[in-house]
Write a protein that binds this ligand. Structure first.
Ligand code: HEC
Length: 172
């Protein structure tokens, strides 16, 4: 009959403790986050890609590459109402980075790694309307896309407004 040996007991307990602990640590099995790792569709994820060459009949717009986007025609005439709406929306969605006068000096501009473009600069003004429209929708390297907050019509209103701020105006 062996006697209860506290030293042996603690030695075995310690080995067990470290083996289990280290296994968890190295396999990185967080015991309580399993539900987060289920194969569900996460917020902001597009569940299904449309088949190639398909066009939406209703609902969402097709994603357009910047090169192709430049060919988009601006369907909204630059009426005073459109410009007014564009100005209003620009102040809400864009001015924080690009500044109210679109010169790229908004209140948070300094905090960004890539500075926001001066949208009145020649290189931007020389871009076609479709390019501006698509940058607004898809965003850039740092600029967040504004597809969710603005309707198609509203984005064209902003394009019209930007044109009114630029000296050179290339449409089409
Ligand atoms: C969070 C800051 C931020 C907001 C908000 C933002 N932009 Fe930008 N934008 C940038 C930055 C930074 C760049 C340049 C780098 C890049 O492409 O991301 C840029 C680039 C652009 C360009 C490309 C200019 C060129 O010559 O290629 C356009 C056009 C533009 N923004 C328009 C807009 C409009 C219109 C809005 C509002 C609907 C807007 N941006 C909102 C940060 C922002």
């Amino acid at each position: 009959m062996t006697r209860f040996d506290p030293l042996l007991f603690w030695a075995v307990a310690a080995v067990l403790f470290f083996t289990v602990g280290l296994t968890y640590f190295f396999l990185s099995i967080p015991p309580t986050t399993e539900m987060a790792n289920q194969p569900s569709i996460k917020p902001q994820e597009q569940p299904f890609l449309p088949p190639p060459q398909s066009v939406p009949i209703h609902g969402r717009e097709r994603k357009v590459e910047l090169l192709e986007a430049s060919e988009l025609k601006n369907p909204v005439e630059a009426t005073p109402a459109s410009l007014e709406q564009g100005q209003r929306l620009f102040a809400i969605y864009c001015a924080v980075c690009h500044g109210t006068n679109a010169k790229g000096k908004g209140p948070i501009a300094k905090k960004l790694i890539t500075p926001p473009d001066d949208l009145t600069q020649t290189s931007t003004a020389e871009q076609p309307d479709g390019y501006l429209y698509t940058v607004i929708r898809e965003g850039g390297d740092t600029m967040p896309g504004q597809a969710e907050g603005l309707s198609s019509r509203e984005r064209w209103d902003i394009v019209n407004y930007l044109r009114s701020l630029q000296k050179i105006q290339k449409r089409g």
